[in-house]
Design a protein around this ligand. Structure first.
Ligand SMILES: Cc1ncc(C[n+]2csc(CCOP(=O)(O)OP(=O)(O)O)c2C)c(N)n1
Ligand code: SF4
Ligand SMILES: [Mg+2]
Length: 303
């Protein structure tokens, strides 16, 4: 077992406003400890903005700018350029945004910043819904999950953000989970050492929105990876795929059983989700093999 040392003066302090047991606060605490104090964050409206606290109070010991929900990646781009013009090229500009602010409302800004290869490190804190406003559905909410705006379960599937970002051919797009902490810390260190547009999507099981007990966030973080619903992987330059946790060790039903948002599902519904996870896992496996040159793409020659 690897012991991780955290600095004595955390950049995210105790007394913050997260729900007790929230995995988002834990994840961000480790992210910030790995990045260090020469960091500036853009935090759009989200649970993270609540955790950071209302002016003049803050649980964060470094500069933070809160833009509108649509504008996080544009605000970070501007901040980066202002710092560069002052010669502060080593200061990391990060975004700490929710999935609603990333997959949906801030998506046009995000796509543009990725296309311009802005030198920013974007963290999507993916709790699979609009949680601080009462757990409504986002395009990251998985198929069949109940939210307050999909009371009978969501009828469409979760958008695949990492694939969309990889298609922008950015230097780095990865997924991570605080349930696999050494992997998360390694990815943050790796992204910190790179230049250009980098994005890490962190799965954040939401106690309230997913219907988990106060101490259930970490188990859900691990089960999501172990059943393949949230694979841990990295894509470099849109081409080189690496799967970081290559074996699935439990059925999707174990993961669903932890969460109240799936409690309405019958056996057929569970089987549908298992089939969808299997399909996604196979597609990812093909990408990994193709990027190693182990699978030839058939039938794409010019006529
Ligand atoms: C354009 C716009 N629409 C709606 C809102 C209201 N609003 C503030 S935060 C939020 C939810 C954001 O969800 P997400 O980004 O997933 O963050 P979470 O609360 O889940 O951490 C909404 C809808 C807003 N601020 N701006
Ligand atoms: S609503 Fe969910 S993600 Fe937000 S602070 Fe509470 S447990 Fe954390
Ligand atoms: Mg959210």
């Amino acid at each position: 077992m690897q012991k991780l040392e955290l600095p004595e003066n955390p950049m995210l302090c105790s007394g913050h406003a997260a729900c007790p047991g929230c995995v988002e606060a834990l994840s961000v605490r480790h992210v910030l400890a790995t990045l260090g104090p020469d960091t500036m964050a853009v935090i759009p409206p989200s649970c993270m903005a609540i955790i950071a606290g209302p002016q003049p109070f803050s649980s964060l010991r470094f500069p933070v700018y809160q833009p509108t929900l649509e504008a996080a990646a544009a605000a970070a781009s501007g901040l980066r350029r202002a710092l560069d013009s002052q010669g502060k090229r080593d200061t990391q500009v990060i975004v700490l945004a929710g999935d609603g602010g990333t997959y949906d409302i801030g998506f046009q800004c995000l796509s543009s910043a990725a296309e311009r290869n802005e030198n920013i490190l974007y963290f999507c804190l993916d709790n699979e819904g609009y949680m601080n406003t009462g757990a409504q559905k986002s395009s990251s909410t998985p198929h069949h999950a109940k939210t307050t705006s999909t009371p009978e379960g969501k009828v469409t599937r979760k958008k695949n953000l990492t694939e969309i970002m990889a298609a922008h051919q950015v230097p780095y797009a990865a997924t991570a989970s605080v349930g696999y902490l050494p992997d998360l810390v390694r990815k943050v260190e790796k992204a910190k050492a790179m230049r250009g547009f980098r994005i890490i999507t962190l799965l954040v099981p939401c106690l309230d929105g997913w219907g988990l007990p106060d101490d259930g966030g970490l188990a859900a973080s691990r089960y999501a990876v172990e059943c393949g619903a949230f694979p841990l992987y990295e894509v470099e330059d849109g081409r080189r795929y690496t799967l970081n946790h290559a074996r699935r060790t439990r059925p999707v039903s174990d993961y669903l059983a932890l969460q109240r948002r799936y409690r309405h599902l019958d056996e057929a519904g569970v089987a549908t989700l298992q089939a969808e996870v299997d399909e996604g896992w196979e597609r990812l496996g093909r990408q990994v093999l193709m990027s190693r040159g182990e699978v030839a793409v058939q039938g794409l020659d010019w006529a």
